[in-house]
Design a protein around this ligand. Structure first.
Ligand code: CP
Length: 309
């Protein structure tokens, strides 16, 4: 079993063994990331293209650093200064890049299905770095890695994912990933931010924050996409924060040592209070750090053909 030459499009498509392989490989990569000199030759002579149609700090930078630490040649395409700005289609952009023989292409795009669209047309393996409201698999993998690292296991843990579930690719990828790894998942948010038939994903559904966070091991807060306020999904930031913002006071309803996660970027004082984000149970910066190790593992397994160990 391996991931050499395969696309990574979604957590839904990964098997439990593949997820374990990625997490175990990321453990070895974390050791590399802690060395004084981080460069290893695993992807020497390979080319990684980062193609981001949406803004990103964590994902784009960590794929770039991960590729460089593995000695790949990394090319970042800035959409505003590429021919996309002249109207070039995704298909033609993809075929043009393919003609330059990349060994792996990482894409973020506002449309669900964009990564799969490229995967069907390009010979190079495609890594989905977020496609619309569909999936963000490398985020879910780094989240699973972070929980496993902290607790020592995933099986039997309970997580609550709080916020705009409908529009969150992070929520969708984590629901699939956590359930595959034996975790129970709850979701909570205003009714207007919960997908119709969300129960069919096998999650427990709450519209009350205190009830949702009681008895869970992990609370994952989602970024409030403030642009949604115009769509009338919630009356005001203040109202959203009052009902679904995680504060030290609200944390009294949770287990004393509950782990707090957020994929970032955070809206301080909206979905998460500053003293919770910066508090002792927050794993937000551990998630960022682990994103490097997990993305090194993905590039190594997909473009380098390696196995764990
Ligand atoms: N979590 C995440 O995807 O962050 P960026 O948008 O900064 O990459």
């Amino acid at each position: 079993m391996g991931l050499a030459g395969k696309d990574l499009l979604s957590m839904r498509e990964l098997t439990v063994d593949e997820i374990r392989l990625i997490l175990d490989t990321a453990e070895s990569m974390k050791e590399v990331a802690r060395r004084d000199i981080k460069k290893v030759p695993a992807l020497r002579g390979k080319t990684l293209i980062n193609l981001f149609y949406e803004p990103s700090t964590r994902t784009r930078t960590s794929f770039e650093i991960a590729g460089k630490w593995l000695s790949a040649d990394v090319v970042n395409i800035s959409i505003s200064s590429s021919s996309v700005a002249k109207g070039e289609s995704l298909k033609d952009t993809g075929l043009t890049l393919q003609a330059m023989h990349p060994d792996v292409v990482v894409i973020r795009h506002p449309s669900a299905g964009a990564a799969e669209f490229l995967a069907k047309r390009l010979a190079a393996p495609i890594i989905n770095a977020g496609d619309g409201a569909h999936e963000h698999p490398s985020q879910a993998l780094l989240d699973l890695f972070t929980i496993r690292e902290k607790v020592g296991r995933l099986e039997g843990l309970k997580a609550a994912i709080i916020g705009d579930i409908t529009h969150s690719r992070v929520a969708r990828s984590n629901i699939h990933g956590m359930q595959k790894m034996g975790m129970e998942v709850r979701v909570a948010g205003p009714r207007t931010m919960l997908p119709r038939f969300v129960e069919r994903l096998g999650v427990e559904v709450f519209t009350n924050l205190d009830r949702a966070i009681a008895e869970v091991d992990v609370i994952m807060m989602l970024r409030l996409q403030v642009e949604r306020q115009q769509a009338g999904l919630f009356p005001s930031l203040r109202e959203y924060s009052r009902l679904f913002g995680l504060t030290v006071e609200r944390l009294k309803a949770a287990k004393p040592n509950v782990l707090i996660m957020h994929p970032g970027p955070i809206n301080r004082g909206v979905e998460i209070a500053p003293d919770v984000a910066d508090g002792p149970y927050s794993l937000i910066l551990n998630q960022v750090e682990n994103g490097l190790a997990v993305r090194m593992a993905l590039l190594y397994l997909i473009a380098g053909g390696g196995q764990a160990g």
